[in-house]
Design a protein around this ligand. Structure first.
Ligand code: PEP
Length: 249
């Protein structure tokens, strides 16, 4: 396994003032480590604040939570990939379940966003995951594979090799329910197989993260599961001390 990736998705939390306080606490307690990669996904208005706090800590990367697929123009309220890159972000979350299920983002739109991120030099972290009814009706694999194949449809195989995937079952996000390590491993194996059949050996370099109610109590067990290359953490990443202990998991 590559070094594990610990990623924090702050969602619509922590504006610049909160983020400054968070970063002071986090950086005071989280020393640079070679054996893991930490990524923060703050709200877009907070990216430059977080990057300023990280000026002596290039070991930590910063991404945006969403992008639009056009580079610029009359798209009020949207954020383009080149702009995010210009602000210093190096990654973009794409297809997070809240984008899909609160804002109605489609598979085709995630594909355009992944392509836009790649064009701009941002690393896409494509999120996939099934809803509870889909899980209960035995469709987990079909849903995850549909979202995965659609999400990478507009980029070349070599670009897929530079992406990250996050498996986030929708029923586990923000609910306090997590997939068991065995369940997560099973779906990660399906994703890894599908990637191999789409892009061959390049799939080996694609980390697959698990997300969904990860907290400091379950992070180590989930991270130890077969095929789990990292964790994407929402609610439990908001508290700097809690996040610090997850980042050290
Ligand atoms: C997320 O937002 O990606 C997430 C996994 O949220 P939570 O950890 O709160 O379930």
């Amino acid at each position: 396994m590559q070094r594990p990736i610990l990623a924090a998705n702050w969602k619509m939390n922590h504006g610049p003032s909160d983020a400054r306080a968070f970063m002071r606490t986090f950086l005071a307690h989280y020393a640079r480590r070679q054996d893991r990669q930490v990524i923060l996904f703050p709200p877009a208005v907070t990216v430059t604040t977080v990057l300023a706090a990280l000026k002596d800590r290039p070991d930590i990367q910063v991404g945006v939570q969403n992008i639009y697929w056009e580079d610029k123009g009359a798209f009020t309220g949207e954020l383009s990939a080149p702009m995010a890159r210009d602000a210093g972000a190096t990654l973009a979350l794409i297809g997070h379940s809240e984008r899909r299920h609160v804002f109605g983002e489609t598979d085709a739109e995630t594909a355009r966003k992944v392509a836009a991120a790649v064009r701009a030099g941002l690393i896409p972290m494509l999120c996939v995951g099934e809803k509870l009814d889909e899980r209960e009706s035995g469709q987990t694999e079909a849903v995850v594979l549909r979202q995965l194949r659609a999400g990478i449809a507009e980029v070349e195989p070599h670009a897929v090799g530079g992406m990250l995937i996050a498996y986030e079952p929708v029923w586990a996000i923000g609910t306090g329910k997590t997939a068991t390590p065995a369940d997560a491993s099973a779906v990660h194996a399906v994703i890894a197989d599908a990637l191999r059949s789409q892009v061959g050996e390049r799939a080996r370099s694609v980390p697959i993260l698990y997300g969904g109610s990860v907290n400091r109590g379950n992070a180590t067990a989930l991270l130890s599961a077969d095929g789990v290359d990292g964790l994407l953490v929402g609610g439990a990443s908001l508290d700097a001390e809690g996040w610090t202990s997850i980042a050290r998991a």
